[in-house]
Design a protein around this ligand. Structure first.
Ligand code: SF4
Length: 451
Protein backbone atom coordinates (compact mmCIF):
# COMPACT_ATOMS: atom_id res chain seq x y z
CA UNK A 1 0.00 0.00 0.00
CA UNK A 2 1.27 3.49 -0.89
CA UNK A 3 2.34 5.64 2.05
CA UNK A 4 -0.05 8.37 0.86
CA UNK A 5 -2.98 6.03 1.39
CA UNK A 6 -2.39 5.16 5.02
CA UNK A 7 -4.21 8.28 6.23
CA UNK A 8 -7.45 6.89 4.78
CA UNK A 9 -7.18 3.73 6.88
CA UNK A 10 -7.74 5.88 9.99
CA UNK A 11 -11.06 7.32 8.77
CA UNK A 12 -14.03 6.17 10.82
CA UNK A 13 -16.11 5.22 7.81
CA UNK A 14 -19.49 3.49 8.14
CA UNK A 15 -19.54 -0.22 7.39
CA UNK A 16 -22.35 0.30 4.86
CA UNK A 17 -24.07 -2.98 5.62
CA UNK A 18 -27.19 -0.95 4.88
CA UNK A 19 -27.71 2.42 3.28
CA UNK A 20 -28.56 4.63 5.02
CA UNK A 21 -27.27 3.14 8.26
CA UNK A 22 -29.60 2.34 11.17
CA UNK A 23 -28.67 5.69 12.72
CA UNK A 24 -31.11 7.28 10.28
CA UNK A 25 -34.03 5.05 11.24
CA UNK A 26 -36.96 6.57 13.14
CA UNK A 27 -40.38 5.63 14.48
CA UNK A 28 -42.20 6.69 11.31
CA UNK A 29 -41.99 3.12 10.00
CA UNK A 30 -44.42 0.99 12.00
CA UNK A 31 -45.32 -2.67 12.23
CA UNK A 32 -48.27 -1.91 9.94
CA UNK A 33 -45.94 -0.54 7.24
CA UNK A 34 -43.80 -3.65 7.56
CA UNK A 35 -46.85 -5.93 7.43
CA UNK A 36 -48.12 -4.19 4.31
CA UNK A 37 -44.74 -4.62 2.55
CA UNK A 38 -44.67 -8.30 3.49
CA UNK A 39 -48.08 -8.60 1.85
CA UNK A 40 -46.60 -7.34 -1.42
CA UNK A 41 -43.80 -9.93 -1.65
CA UNK A 42 -44.15 -11.94 -4.85
CA UNK A 43 -44.73 -15.68 -4.91
CA UNK A 44 -41.21 -16.81 -5.89
CA UNK A 45 -39.20 -13.95 -4.43
CA UNK A 46 -36.01 -15.26 -2.81
CA UNK A 47 -35.83 -14.46 0.89
CA UNK A 48 -32.83 -14.16 3.14
CA UNK A 49 -33.79 -14.87 6.76
CA UNK A 50 -31.80 -13.69 9.77
CA UNK A 51 -32.28 -14.84 13.37
CA UNK A 52 -30.70 -12.75 16.10
CA UNK A 53 -29.79 -14.70 19.26
CA UNK A 54 -28.82 -12.03 21.82
CA UNK A 55 -27.42 -14.23 24.61
CA UNK A 56 -23.78 -14.79 25.56
CA UNK A 57 -22.10 -16.66 28.41
CA UNK A 58 -19.46 -14.00 29.02
CA UNK A 59 -18.86 -10.43 27.98
CA UNK A 60 -16.08 -9.69 25.50
CA UNK A 61 -14.99 -6.18 26.37
CA UNK A 62 -14.72 -5.03 22.75
CA UNK A 63 -18.29 -6.10 21.97
CA UNK A 64 -20.49 -3.73 19.94
CA UNK A 65 -23.40 -6.14 19.48
CA UNK A 66 -26.90 -6.13 20.91
CA UNK A 67 -26.38 -8.87 23.50
CA UNK A 68 -26.79 -9.73 27.17
CA UNK A 69 -24.86 -12.07 29.41
CA UNK A 70 -27.31 -14.74 30.46
CA UNK A 71 -27.00 -17.61 32.91
CA UNK A 72 -30.59 -18.78 32.99
CA UNK A 73 -31.26 -21.09 30.04
CA UNK A 74 -35.02 -20.90 30.65
CA UNK A 75 -34.86 -17.31 29.36
CA UNK A 76 -33.36 -18.54 26.10
CA UNK A 77 -36.17 -21.09 25.76
CA UNK A 78 -38.71 -18.30 26.24
CA UNK A 79 -36.95 -16.28 23.53
CA UNK A 80 -37.13 -19.24 21.14
CA UNK A 81 -40.86 -19.48 21.82
CA UNK A 82 -41.21 -15.80 20.89
CA UNK A 83 -39.15 -16.32 17.72
CA UNK A 84 -41.47 -19.15 16.71
CA UNK A 85 -44.48 -16.90 17.21
CA UNK A 86 -42.80 -14.15 15.18
CA UNK A 87 -42.13 -16.62 12.35
CA UNK A 88 -45.79 -17.59 12.44
CA UNK A 89 -46.87 -13.90 12.30
CA UNK A 90 -44.58 -13.17 9.36
CA UNK A 91 -45.77 -16.33 7.59
CA UNK A 92 -49.36 -15.16 7.86
CA UNK A 93 -48.47 -11.76 6.36
CA UNK A 94 -46.54 -13.41 3.51
CA UNK A 95 -49.47 -15.73 2.90
CA UNK A 96 -47.44 -18.29 0.96
CA UNK A 97 -45.28 -15.77 -0.94
CA UNK A 98 -41.48 -15.76 -0.91
CA UNK A 99 -39.01 -18.66 -0.87
CA UNK A 100 -36.30 -18.78 1.83
CA UNK A 101 -32.97 -19.09 -0.01
CA UNK A 102 -30.76 -18.70 3.02
CA UNK A 103 -31.04 -18.60 6.80
CA UNK A 104 -28.38 -17.02 8.97
CA UNK A 105 -28.13 -17.31 12.76
CA UNK A 106 -26.14 -14.45 14.32
CA UNK A 107 -25.82 -12.79 17.66
CA UNK A 108 -24.86 -12.56 20.45
CA UNK A 109 -23.99 -16.22 20.42
CA UNK A 110 -26.28 -18.51 18.41
CA UNK A 111 -24.77 -21.60 20.04
CA UNK A 112 -25.79 -20.29 23.44
CA UNK A 113 -28.87 -22.19 22.29
CA UNK A 114 -28.74 -25.96 22.36
CA UNK A 115 -29.19 -27.63 19.00
CA UNK A 116 -32.69 -28.73 20.04
CA UNK A 117 -33.78 -25.08 20.26
CA UNK A 118 -32.19 -24.25 16.91
CA UNK A 119 -34.10 -27.20 15.47
CA UNK A 120 -37.34 -25.80 16.93
CA UNK A 121 -36.73 -22.49 15.16
CA UNK A 122 -36.12 -24.29 11.84
CA UNK A 123 -39.25 -26.34 12.41
CA UNK A 124 -41.27 -23.11 12.72
CA UNK A 125 -39.69 -21.80 9.50
CA UNK A 126 -40.56 -25.02 7.71
CA UNK A 127 -44.18 -24.85 8.88
CA UNK A 128 -44.78 -21.16 8.12
CA UNK A 129 -42.37 -20.23 5.33
CA UNK A 130 -41.23 -23.49 3.80
CA UNK A 131 -37.76 -25.00 3.60
CA UNK A 132 -36.10 -26.99 0.85
CA UNK A 133 -32.87 -28.94 0.64
CA UNK A 134 -31.38 -26.04 -1.30
CA UNK A 135 -32.00 -23.50 1.48
CA UNK A 136 -28.54 -22.59 2.76
CA UNK A 137 -28.11 -22.58 6.51
CA UNK A 138 -25.35 -20.55 8.15
CA UNK A 139 -24.49 -20.03 11.80
CA UNK A 140 -21.95 -18.10 13.86
CA UNK A 141 -20.38 -20.22 16.62
CA UNK A 142 -18.42 -19.32 19.73
CA UNK A 143 -15.79 -22.10 19.91
CA UNK A 144 -15.89 -21.97 23.73
CA UNK A 145 -19.54 -23.05 23.77
CA UNK A 146 -19.45 -25.93 21.29
CA UNK A 147 -20.83 -28.98 23.12
CA UNK A 148 -20.21 -32.68 22.38
CA UNK A 149 -22.02 -33.68 19.17
CA UNK A 150 -23.09 -30.08 18.38
CA UNK A 151 -21.30 -30.05 15.04
CA UNK A 152 -22.66 -33.44 13.96
CA UNK A 153 -26.18 -32.37 14.92
CA UNK A 154 -25.94 -28.96 13.23
CA UNK A 155 -24.70 -30.63 10.04
CA UNK A 156 -27.58 -33.12 10.27
CA UNK A 157 -29.98 -30.14 10.45
CA UNK A 158 -28.47 -28.84 7.21
CA UNK A 159 -25.96 -26.21 8.37
CA UNK A 160 -23.10 -26.07 5.90
CA UNK A 161 -21.74 -22.57 6.50
CA UNK A 162 -20.14 -22.00 9.86
CA UNK A 163 -18.40 -18.89 11.07
CA UNK A 164 -16.08 -19.04 14.09
CA UNK A 165 -15.37 -15.97 16.20
CA UNK A 166 -11.58 -16.16 16.55
CA UNK A 167 -10.49 -12.46 16.79
CA UNK A 168 -6.87 -13.13 17.84
CA UNK A 169 -4.89 -16.17 18.99
CA UNK A 170 -2.44 -14.30 21.21
CA UNK A 171 -3.08 -15.08 24.92
CA UNK A 172 -2.13 -11.55 26.06
CA UNK A 173 -4.47 -9.94 23.54
CA UNK A 174 -7.21 -12.38 24.55
CA UNK A 175 -6.76 -11.47 28.22
CA UNK A 176 -6.93 -7.75 27.36
CA UNK A 177 -10.32 -8.20 25.67
CA UNK A 178 -11.70 -10.83 28.07
CA UNK A 179 -12.06 -13.48 25.42
CA UNK A 180 -9.75 -16.34 26.29
CA UNK A 181 -9.91 -19.33 23.95
CA UNK A 182 -6.91 -21.47 23.19
CA UNK A 183 -5.59 -22.33 19.76
CA UNK A 184 -6.12 -26.02 20.63
CA UNK A 185 -9.81 -25.38 21.24
CA UNK A 186 -10.26 -23.71 17.85
CA UNK A 187 -8.13 -26.36 16.13
CA UNK A 188 -10.31 -29.12 17.62
CA UNK A 189 -13.49 -27.34 16.50
CA UNK A 190 -12.13 -26.98 12.97
CA UNK A 191 -11.13 -30.67 12.91
CA UNK A 192 -14.62 -31.72 13.95
CA UNK A 193 -16.26 -29.51 11.33
CA UNK A 194 -14.05 -30.94 8.59
CA UNK A 195 -14.79 -34.47 9.81
CA UNK A 196 -18.50 -33.85 9.36
CA UNK A 197 -18.06 -32.34 5.91
CA UNK A 198 -18.39 -28.59 6.57
CA UNK A 199 -16.78 -27.11 3.48
CA UNK A 200 -17.58 -23.45 4.03
CA UNK A 201 -15.87 -22.45 7.23
CA UNK A 202 -15.12 -18.83 8.03
CA UNK A 203 -12.95 -17.13 10.68
CA UNK A 204 -13.57 -13.63 11.98
CA UNK A 205 -10.41 -11.77 13.01
CA UNK A 206 -10.04 -8.29 14.54
CA UNK A 207 -7.19 -5.82 14.23
CA UNK A 208 -6.74 -2.76 16.41
CA UNK A 209 -7.16 -4.73 19.65
CA UNK A 210 -5.23 -3.91 22.84
CA UNK A 211 -1.72 -5.38 23.05
CA UNK A 212 -1.65 -6.34 19.37
CA UNK A 213 1.74 -5.94 17.70
CA UNK A 214 2.88 -6.69 14.19
CA UNK A 215 4.58 -9.84 15.50
CA UNK A 216 1.56 -11.03 17.49
CA UNK A 217 -0.88 -10.42 14.65
CA UNK A 218 1.46 -12.09 12.15
CA UNK A 219 1.42 -15.16 14.43
CA UNK A 220 -2.41 -15.05 14.58
CA UNK A 221 -2.55 -14.84 10.79
CA UNK A 222 -0.05 -17.70 10.40
CA UNK A 223 -2.13 -19.89 12.72
CA UNK A 224 -5.26 -18.93 10.81
CA UNK A 225 -3.65 -19.88 7.50
CA UNK A 226 -2.46 -23.18 9.02
CA UNK A 227 -6.05 -24.07 9.98
CA UNK A 228 -7.09 -23.25 6.41
CA UNK A 229 -10.60 -21.79 6.78
CA UNK A 230 -12.43 -21.31 3.49
CA UNK A 231 -12.99 -17.65 4.24
CA UNK A 232 -11.53 -15.04 6.55
CA UNK A 233 -13.02 -11.68 7.49
CA UNK A 234 -10.70 -9.10 9.06
CA UNK A 235 -12.54 -6.28 10.79
CA UNK A 236 -11.08 -3.18 12.42
CA UNK A 237 -11.98 -2.80 16.09
CA UNK A 238 -13.87 0.48 16.67
CA UNK A 239 -13.17 1.74 20.20
CA UNK A 240 -16.18 3.88 21.19
CA UNK A 241 -16.31 3.84 24.99
CA UNK A 242 -18.56 6.93 25.14
CA UNK A 243 -21.30 5.12 23.24
CA UNK A 244 -20.51 1.58 24.43
CA UNK A 245 -19.77 1.69 28.18
CA UNK A 246 -18.63 -1.95 28.21
CA UNK A 247 -15.62 -0.92 26.12
CA UNK A 248 -14.41 1.19 29.07
CA UNK A 249 -13.16 -2.10 30.50
CA UNK A 250 -10.44 -1.95 27.85
CA UNK A 251 -7.39 0.04 28.85
CA UNK A 252 -7.03 2.82 26.26
CA UNK A 253 -3.27 2.88 26.82
CA UNK A 254 -2.99 -0.66 25.44
CA UNK A 255 -4.64 0.13 22.11
CA UNK A 256 -2.39 0.27 19.06
CA UNK A 257 -1.79 3.79 17.70
CA UNK A 258 -3.20 4.71 14.27
CA UNK A 259 0.04 3.92 12.43
CA UNK A 260 0.19 0.45 13.95
CA UNK A 261 -3.50 -0.14 13.18
CA UNK A 262 -2.72 0.62 9.55
CA UNK A 263 0.26 -1.76 9.65
CA UNK A 264 -1.94 -4.54 11.06
CA UNK A 265 -4.59 -4.01 8.39
CA UNK A 266 -2.01 -4.08 5.61
CA UNK A 267 -0.31 -7.15 7.14
CA UNK A 268 -3.60 -9.07 7.20
CA UNK A 269 -4.26 -8.27 3.56
CA UNK A 270 -0.74 -9.19 2.43
CA UNK A 271 -0.48 -12.47 4.35
CA UNK A 272 -3.86 -13.78 3.25
CA UNK A 273 -3.34 -12.86 -0.38
CA UNK A 274 0.16 -14.43 -0.27
CA UNK A 275 -1.46 -17.60 1.14
CA UNK A 276 -3.72 -17.84 -1.91
CA UNK A 277 -6.89 -16.17 -0.66
CA UNK A 278 -8.83 -13.94 -3.04
CA UNK A 279 -9.83 -10.45 -1.86
CA UNK A 280 -13.60 -10.16 -1.57
CA UNK A 281 -14.80 -6.61 -1.09
CA UNK A 282 -12.71 -4.61 1.37
CA UNK A 283 -12.45 -6.93 4.39
CA UNK A 284 -13.28 -10.49 3.31
CA UNK A 285 -10.95 -13.11 1.84
CA UNK A 286 -11.89 -16.48 0.38
CA UNK A 287 -10.23 -19.46 -1.25
CA UNK A 288 -10.55 -19.20 -5.04
CA UNK A 289 -13.02 -22.10 -5.25
CA UNK A 290 -15.25 -20.78 -2.46
CA UNK A 291 -18.71 -19.53 -3.57
CA UNK A 292 -17.98 -16.08 -2.15
CA UNK A 293 -14.77 -15.74 -4.18
CA UNK A 294 -16.58 -16.96 -7.29
CA UNK A 295 -19.34 -14.40 -6.71
CA UNK A 296 -16.70 -11.66 -6.43
CA UNK A 297 -14.88 -12.78 -9.57
CA UNK A 298 -18.13 -13.10 -11.54
CA UNK A 299 -19.53 -9.72 -10.39
CA UNK A 300 -22.34 -11.29 -8.30
CA UNK A 301 -21.12 -10.12 -4.92
CA UNK A 302 -23.71 -8.40 -2.72
CA UNK A 303 -23.65 -6.71 0.66
CA UNK A 304 -26.20 -7.26 3.41
CA UNK A 305 -26.33 -6.93 7.18
CA UNK A 306 -23.91 -9.85 7.60
CA UNK A 307 -21.30 -8.29 5.30
CA UNK A 308 -20.37 -9.51 1.81
CA UNK A 309 -22.45 -12.37 0.49
CA UNK A 310 -23.20 -14.39 -2.61
CA UNK A 311 -26.87 -14.57 -1.55
CA UNK A 312 -28.89 -13.05 -4.42
CA UNK A 313 -31.96 -12.26 -2.28
CA UNK A 314 -32.92 -8.57 -2.17
CA UNK A 315 -35.46 -9.16 0.56
CA UNK A 316 -34.19 -9.78 4.07
CA UNK A 317 -36.45 -10.74 6.94
CA UNK A 318 -34.97 -10.36 10.40
CA UNK A 319 -36.33 -12.15 13.46
CA UNK A 320 -35.61 -11.42 17.09
CA UNK A 321 -34.75 -8.37 19.17
CA UNK A 322 -33.03 -5.55 17.20
CA UNK A 323 -32.96 -7.46 13.90
CA UNK A 324 -33.51 -5.47 10.70
CA UNK A 325 -35.64 -6.42 7.71
CA UNK A 326 -35.50 -4.92 4.24
CA UNK A 327 -38.68 -5.49 2.27
CA UNK A 328 -40.01 -3.48 -0.65
CA UNK A 329 -37.72 -0.46 -0.11
CA UNK A 330 -38.32 -0.17 3.63
CA UNK A 331 -36.06 -1.02 6.50
CA UNK A 332 -37.94 -2.23 9.57
CA UNK A 333 -36.05 -2.80 12.80
CA UNK A 334 -37.45 -4.83 15.66
CA UNK A 335 -37.57 -3.54 19.23
CA UNK A 336 -34.11 -3.69 20.75
CA UNK A 337 -34.81 -4.67 24.34
CA UNK A 338 -36.16 -8.10 25.16
CA UNK A 339 -39.00 -6.55 27.20
CA UNK A 340 -40.19 -4.43 24.25
CA UNK A 341 -39.75 -7.31 21.82
CA UNK A 342 -41.79 -9.70 23.99
CA UNK A 343 -44.46 -7.08 24.61
CA UNK A 344 -45.11 -6.70 20.87
CA UNK A 345 -45.01 -10.42 20.11
CA UNK A 346 -47.29 -11.16 23.09
CA UNK A 347 -49.81 -8.74 21.55
CA UNK A 348 -49.52 -10.78 18.34
CA UNK A 349 -48.00 -7.77 16.56
CA UNK A 350 -44.90 -7.67 14.41
CA UNK A 351 -42.07 -6.32 16.57
CA UNK A 352 -41.14 -3.29 14.43
CA UNK A 353 -39.96 -0.31 16.49
CA UNK A 354 -38.46 1.96 13.84
CA UNK A 355 -37.18 1.98 10.30
CA UNK A 356 -36.89 3.98 7.13
CA UNK A 357 -38.58 4.22 3.75
CA UNK A 358 -35.87 4.72 1.14
CA UNK A 359 -36.37 7.91 -0.86
CA UNK A 360 -35.66 7.83 -4.62
CA UNK A 361 -32.45 9.74 -3.99
CA UNK A 362 -31.34 7.33 -1.23
CA UNK A 363 -31.93 4.44 -3.62
CA UNK A 364 -29.50 5.99 -6.07
CA UNK A 365 -26.86 6.60 -3.39
CA UNK A 366 -27.34 3.06 -2.06
CA UNK A 367 -26.87 1.52 -5.53
CA UNK A 368 -23.75 3.62 -6.22
CA UNK A 369 -22.12 2.70 -2.91
CA UNK A 370 -23.07 -0.97 -3.30
CA UNK A 371 -21.44 -1.10 -6.75
CA UNK A 372 -18.27 0.52 -5.47
CA UNK A 373 -17.99 -1.80 -2.46
CA UNK A 374 -18.96 -5.02 -4.25
CA UNK A 375 -17.47 -4.50 -7.72
CA UNK A 376 -14.78 -1.91 -7.11
CA UNK A 377 -16.31 0.55 -9.58
CA UNK A 378 -19.46 2.63 -9.88
CA UNK A 379 -21.07 4.84 -12.50
CA UNK A 380 -21.60 8.10 -10.66
CA UNK A 381 -23.77 9.89 -13.25
CA UNK A 382 -27.08 8.81 -11.61
CA UNK A 383 -25.73 9.94 -8.24
CA UNK A 384 -24.67 13.39 -9.43
CA UNK A 385 -28.01 13.86 -11.18
CA UNK A 386 -29.93 12.92 -8.04
CA UNK A 387 -28.14 15.42 -5.78
CA UNK A 388 -28.37 19.18 -5.38
CA UNK A 389 -25.55 21.03 -7.22
CA UNK A 390 -23.72 21.92 -3.99
CA UNK A 391 -23.71 18.32 -2.83
CA UNK A 392 -22.65 17.07 -6.26
CA UNK A 393 -19.78 19.58 -6.32
CA UNK A 394 -18.64 18.48 -2.88
CA UNK A 395 -18.60 14.85 -3.97
CA UNK A 396 -16.59 15.72 -7.09
CA UNK A 397 -14.10 17.64 -4.93
CA UNK A 398 -13.81 14.61 -2.62
CA UNK A 399 -13.16 12.35 -5.59
CA UNK A 400 -10.53 14.76 -6.95
CA UNK A 401 -8.59 14.30 -3.74
CA UNK A 402 -8.73 10.51 -4.03
CA UNK A 403 -7.68 10.74 -7.67
CA UNK A 404 -4.70 12.96 -6.80
CA UNK A 405 -3.58 10.32 -4.30
CA UNK A 406 -4.04 7.55 -6.88
CA UNK A 407 -6.72 5.74 -4.86
CA UNK A 408 -9.24 5.95 -7.70
CA UNK A 409 -9.17 6.37 -11.45
CA UNK A 410 -11.84 7.29 -13.95
CA UNK A 411 -13.21 4.90 -16.55
CA UNK A 412 -15.58 7.11 -18.52
CA UNK A 413 -18.21 8.23 -16.02
CA UNK A 414 -17.35 5.45 -13.63
CA UNK A 415 -15.04 5.76 -10.71
CA UNK A 416 -12.87 2.68 -10.13
CA UNK A 417 -10.69 1.73 -7.19
CA UNK A 418 -7.03 1.58 -8.19
CA UNK A 419 -5.24 -1.79 -7.98
CA UNK A 420 -4.43 -2.47 -4.32
CA UNK A 421 -6.93 0.12 -3.03
CA UNK A 422 -9.76 -2.30 -2.19
CA UNK A 423 -9.20 -1.91 1.55
CA UNK A 424 -9.94 1.83 1.15
CA UNK A 425 -13.35 1.25 -0.43
CA UNK A 426 -15.25 2.42 2.67
CA UNK A 427 -13.38 5.72 2.69
CA UNK A 428 -14.23 6.31 -0.98
CA UNK A 429 -17.84 5.27 -0.34
CA UNK A 430 -18.00 7.87 2.43
CA UNK A 431 -16.93 10.49 -0.11
CA UNK A 432 -19.97 9.55 -2.21
CA UNK A 433 -22.35 9.66 0.75
CA UNK A 434 -24.23 12.95 1.16
CA UNK A 435 -24.97 12.11 4.81
CA UNK A 436 -21.31 11.98 5.75
CA UNK A 437 -19.16 14.93 6.74
CA UNK A 438 -16.73 16.21 4.13
CA UNK A 439 -13.89 13.78 3.69
CA UNK A 440 -10.50 14.98 4.81
CA UNK A 441 -11.53 15.61 8.39
CA UNK A 442 -12.39 12.76 10.68
CA UNK A 443 -16.07 11.98 10.81
CA UNK A 444 -17.54 11.89 14.31
CA UNK A 445 -17.40 8.37 15.73
CA UNK A 446 -20.74 6.66 15.59
CA UNK A 447 -22.24 3.58 17.05
CA UNK A 448 -22.78 2.14 13.61
CA UNK A 449 -19.04 1.92 13.16
CA UNK A 450 -18.67 -0.56 15.96
CA UNK A 451 -17.66 -3.97 14.75
S1 SF4 B 1 -18.33 -10.30 20.89
FE1 SF4 B 1 -19.83 -11.89 20.42
S2 SF4 B 1 -19.47 -13.49 21.99
FE2 SF4 B 1 -18.46 -11.63 22.71
S3 SF4 B 1 -19.96 -10.63 24.05
FE3 SF4 B 1 -20.21 -9.76 21.99
S4 SF4 B 1 -21.77 -10.95 21.00
FE4 SF4 B 1 -21.07 -12.11 22.78
Amino acid sequence: MKDDWRKYLGLRAPRYTSYPSALHFDAQVTDEDYASRLGEVSLYEPLSLYFHIPFCKRLCWYCGCNMRVENDYARAVRYVDALRREVDLVGKKLNGAGRPRSIHFGGGTPNFLKVDEIGRILEAVELSLGLTDSTRLAIELDPRLIRDNDIARLVALGFNRISLGVQDFDPEVQAAINRVQSFDLVEAAVGEMRRYGVDDLSFDLLYGLPKQTVASFAATLAKTIALSPDRVAIFGYAHLPAQLPRQRLIDDALLPPEALRADLSILGDEMLVAAGYVRVGFDHYAKPDNPLARAAIEGRLRRNFQGFTDDPAETTIGFGASSISFVGEIYAQNAKTLADYYSRIDQRRLATERGLLLSPRERVVAATIRDLLCRGRADIRPLLRALAPTEANRICANLDRFEEDGVICWEGDSVALAPGARTLARAVAMALDPYEAAIGRKAAPRLAHAV
